[in-house]
Design a protein around this ligand. Sequence first.
Ligand code: ARG
Length: 461
Amino acid sequence: DSGKLWGGRFTESMDPLMVSYNESIYFDRAFYQQDIEGSIAYARANVGTGILSQEEFLTIEKGLKQIIEEWNTNKFVIKSGIDEDIHTANERRLGEIIGKDIAGKLHTGRSRNDQVATDLRLWLRDELVLVQTLLIGFLKAVTERAESDIDYIMPGYTHLQRAQPVRWSQWLLQYGHYFGTDLQRLREVTRRVNKSPLGCGALAGNVFGIDREKMAQELGFDGLIHNSMAAVGDRDFILETLMWSAMLMEHLSRWSEDLIIYGTAEFGFVKLADAYSTGSSLMPQKKNSDSLELLRGKAGRIFGQMTGLFISIKGLPSTYNKDLQESTEPMLECIKTVKDSLTIATRVLTTLTVHPKKMLAAVTPDMLATDLAEYLVRKDVPFREAHHTAGRVVALSENTSTPMDKLSAAQLSEVDHRFEKDASKAFDPERSVELKSATGGTSKSAIREQIIVLREKMSEA
Ligand code: ARG
């Protein structure tokens, strides 16, 4: 026997490189608690099947609780080369504590296949709740800033060209929309993660009539995976988490990109707090937006983890194959990155300095050319014609090197006699944003409505 948990049929020992190539204990130890809680629930259910007596269960439970304590206090000693993964490590230790006669009964009808799926789902479910809290914290920062900064007006861009004035709050709340939708998706993903595979054995189910529903309830699962082969072979819940994370990071990346641009000297709309910037080792004047650049850069890594796992899984035959072990590390890394990223983004936003004067100064009169066309529309001119006429005013401004709002009433009425004295009011940015009062627009009332809608999303269960 090779000294392994599964060593009965083996005569030769493993290649040492194969041992380390195969082992997952150095990362799946992250689930020590979930592994033990799963084992306690499994042992309790096996009192019901008659596999364990109540006394044996209590002995197992006591031993398992001691093992949690050892992990918690950093006293658990991993036996290198023997403790292949967290499941074998905990079972090996249980045997040492309570003796192999009783400990050896725990795994009856169970496989590491349903065990690892259980551990992963329990761990991920709890982490996704933390992610949800962080995401709501970020959205809270977005809505608070949108409220407090509602007076600030900035250029809105399309094609990164100056387009029309908007409120800074409108810029903030567009991301409120993206991240609010991420929050809704996250709640759905979490519900699907939180289903129990426990009690499905290696692939075919349990012969001792174990009460899966009762175990699921004890572990806080919201229902079961209803097919034993799917229970052990499914890693869609991790893929879905990675897809969700990829989209979240895509949004954080675009958000970061905007702020990086707005923070350049050329724009000067925002200034990053020192705490989230770094300097240059060569150029003394430099202050770089490293936090935002890392948010943008880490998005790429998450896309890679998602793609990588898809490729690892797509050609697998049914049920458990060791390839599935490759889903653990991307999941652990992804969750850490997402949590850190949301925390950094929240802190960047709450400490960000905004320069409303610079923003407003960048709203040039030509950005109100549409408003000038709309002036004519209000006089019953068809929009196509009004657009053309306002375009001629733009051309006149360019040809005479006169800002549009400095053209005289006479010059305007020469372009079109329907421009009267009051035409110049079109060049007021405040008026321009306030006119967009239909739902979703950039007037104060429309923005307050958006904040209410977003807050409702945040407080949904
Ligand atoms: N360490 C394994 C994993 O993470 C546990 C399951 C192993 N099962 C097996 N039959 N080899 O996927």
